[in-house]
Design a protein around this ligand. Structure first.
Ligand code: WT7
Length: 649
């Protein structure tokens, strides 16, 4: 950032208590927060059992937590419920069927509102259609959709009949879709002809066609007509969504599922080249997302809530679909880019729908700052009362801008730390209960035993860097990596006995506030998207001209991290600029546009230790170079992170 007045997070002392007005209406005030935290500490099972009464169970549980088979937790064992019933039927039965559930705006400007009653009926019809296609409980279904209501309909229809969805972000390539189909052994793919992004149609169906060439388990493909573009429909395999639901009944009773019945798989990047299928189950996940959505967003019946994530990521699963709908909230959903047709699109949407709660990512906030204050200032943002941030550390400068320019100085900011694996928010302010500090996610939520520890697992002194861990199981935790229990154990549970390892570096200040600094493994955070360095390396070495590749992150003012690739070429291959472009395109084809390298650098050899390990720290230093941001925040955190990283010994 060009602003010279940047305060380092290590010296950040500003505090922002919620206004008296906010506190007066809040669900969890400071006293209540203390009571909940103390209760959860003293009697975790009793605490979670009481919270779980907020869900609609068709059969009560016998055991709150079964932790006998560590690290595979079972929550609310013996209980039965259905996620789609909790998100839909329950509200309709309570007389809230006419409340808006999804308020959707397409990128070209078209819009639709679905009430809870309408959403229920769409979900039932589509669930019946899935059944007619032969989908059964326990089957895996890939969803590769644009941000349209039908993405949520497809997810909830799967949940209704007990099929596990695996949503793949629409920005992933055909190859990435095929990999995920094959790992999950998906039976069916749900997609659309395309979706709108920056005025163009993203050709989703064409990508699926390519993916299905190499996805032997997929039998059928359902296609929603979003953009009216020409697509090939393969006879016997491809069916139009509108044809399927045309004759389908809107009566489809939700099937009771065991609390531990798998709800979905969501692939995320880890330290190896192969993405992990993070598995979440029904009861614990639903409790985690609905409770945190209620607490952290201080949700009220009249709120208009907008989370700008894509349903292809965990944020979309937990805080567009399951959490808010389980709470009967009105959810705004937007299909396209924030700068289409102009840079004020988000502010226009907030003013148009009178959005009260807005949840977005630091990378977006930094883009808004760059685009200029005139865009938000041109719109009435007075409906906003609470702001949220997610996905990466938020630098104090971006926090202050968000607070002043978007929040008008009156809206608390909830900086929410969590992961695909944790299912729900873990560390965050409860906005009416705790003063915030720019750049800190503040404290763990009641019931969440998050701590910062050293290599031996001992809590670190105030302000010393350490590893962020979670010492007790929690209901929305992942249950395993789909099909790979061993990888689940070694990735998360082998660093400390019976303690969950997050792979994030953090520090706790003298007030007990946690400051998350970033990953200590080989995972990059590019524009809030998680990417494995090894995934990019493996894409590169598959190119016929590449001998070896090493990929590291470098600080980037806008994206948080940029991708730098060090490449050695095969004998006789000339290191040209054309080849650089070709390699970048190759990575995009293999993974998706989100993985486009910022920089490809050719080198004669890669620096290695005597045992043959690539010296990543050295490469990171070179990649960061002297162009490094001048943002003291980033620099100091990077030093602490470098010390925490295992590969630097
Ligand atoms: C990683 C998880 C959580 C949903 C979106 C990302 C980073 C996430 C924060 C935050 C600092 C954060 C961590 C984490 N991260 N939120 N508020 N402050 N860092 O989910 O793709 O699973 O990535 O995102 O490094 O480990 P994800």
């Amino acid at each position: 950032m060009s602003d010279k007045n940047i305060t380092s997070v290590l010296k950040e002392t500003r505090q922002f208590p919620p206004s008296a007005e906010f506190v007066a209406r809040t669900t969890v005030n400071a006293t209540e927060r203390d009571r909940l935290a103390e209760w959860a500490e003293r009697d975790p099972d009793g605490f979670w059992a009481e919270q779980a009464k907020s869900l609609h169970w068709t059969k009560p549980w016998d055991t709150v937590l079964d932790w006998s088979n560590v690290p595979h937790a079972k929550w609310f064992v013996g209980g039965q419920l259905n996620a789609s019933d909790n998100c839909l039927d329950r509200h309709v039965a309570a007389g809230r069927g006419n409340k808006a559930a999804l308020v959707w705006e397409g990128e070209p400007g078209d819009s639709r509102t679905l009430t809870y009653q309408q959403l229920l009926s769409e979900v039932c019809k589509f669930a019946n259609a899935l059944k007619a296609l032969g989908v059964e409980k326990g089957d895996r279904i890939t969803i590769y959709m644009p941000m349209i209501p039908e993405a949520a309909v497809a997810m909830l229809a799967c949940a209704r009949i007990g099929a596990m969805h695996s949503v793949v972000f629409g920005g992933f390539s055909a190859d990435a879709v095929a990999d995920r189909n094959n790992d999950a052994k998906s039976k069916l793919v749900i997609t659309a002809d395309g979706g709108w992004r920056r005025g163009k149609v993203v050709p989703l169906k064409a990508n699926v066609d390519a993916a299905l060439e190499k996805s032997p388990t997929v039998e059928k493909c359902v296609v929603f007509n979003r953009c009216n573009t020409a697509v090939e429909m393969k006879a016997g395999r491809d069916v139009w969504w509108h044809d399927l639901v045309a004759g389908a009944s809107a009566d489809c009773p939700a099937e009771p599922m065991d609390s531990e019945h798998p709800l979905f798989i969501l692939y995320t990047s880890g330290s190896t080249g192969k993405p992990k299928g993070v598995l979440h189950t029904t009861g614990g996940y639903l409790l985690g997302v609905s409770l945190t959505h209620k607490w952290v967003f201080d949700i009220k019946d009249d709120d208009v809530y907008w989370c700008t994530a894509d349903v292809g990521w965990i944020t979309g699963h937990s805080y567009i679909v399951y959490g808010p709908l389980c709470n009967g909230s009105t959810v705004v959903m937007y299909e396209g880019a924030p700068n289409q047709p102009r840079e004020d699109r988000f502010w226009e949407i907030i003013a148009k729908y009178r959005v009260t709660i807005f949840y977005t990512a630091p990378t977006a906030i930094r883009a808004f700052i760059k685009w200029g204050d005139q865009h938000p200032k041109g719109h009435d943002l007075s409906s906003l009362r609470l702001l949220g941030s997610v996905g990466e550390p938020i630098n104090p400068e971006a926090w202050m801008w968000y607070h002043n320019v978007i929040g008008g100085g009156r809206c608390p900011i909830v900086d929410t730390w969590w992961q695909t694996e944790t299912g729900a928010i873990m560390i965050s302010p409860l906005p009416g209960a705790i003063p915030t500090k720019p750049g800190s996610a503040t404290k763990p939520l009641p019931g969440i035993a998050a701590e910062v520890v050293d290599k031996q697992g001992h809590p670190v002194p105030a302000n010393a860097g350490g590893f962020l861990v979670v010492k007790r199981p929690w209901p929305s935790m992942m249950r395993t990596i789909y099909g790979d229990d061993e990888r689940y154990k070694s990735t998360y549970w082998s660093h400390y006995p019976n303690i969950y390892f997050t792979a994030d570096g953090a520090r706790r200040d003298e007030d007990g506030y946690i400051w998350v600094m970033g990953r200590v493994d080989d995972v990059l955070n590019v524009s809030g998207h998680r990417l494995s360095t090894m995934e990019v390396e493996s894409a590169l070495v598959h190119h016929p001209k590449v001998a070896e590749a090493a990929v590291v992150g470098k600080p980037d003012d806008l994206k948080g991290e940029g991708i730098v690739c060090f490449v050695t070429l095969k004998q006789g291959v000339a290191p040209t600029d054309e080849l650089k472009a070709e390699l970048k395109a190759h990575v995009v084809k293999d993974i998706g546009a989100l993985a486009r390298p910022d920089d490809v650098r050719f080198t004669d050899s890669l620096p290695k230790t005597r045992s043959g390990k690539i010296m990543r720290r050295f490469l990171r230093d070179i990649a960061a170079g002297r162009q490094s941001t001048g943002d003291a925040t980033t620099l100091e955190d990077l030093n602490v992170l470098a010390k925490l990283r295992a590969d630097d010994e």
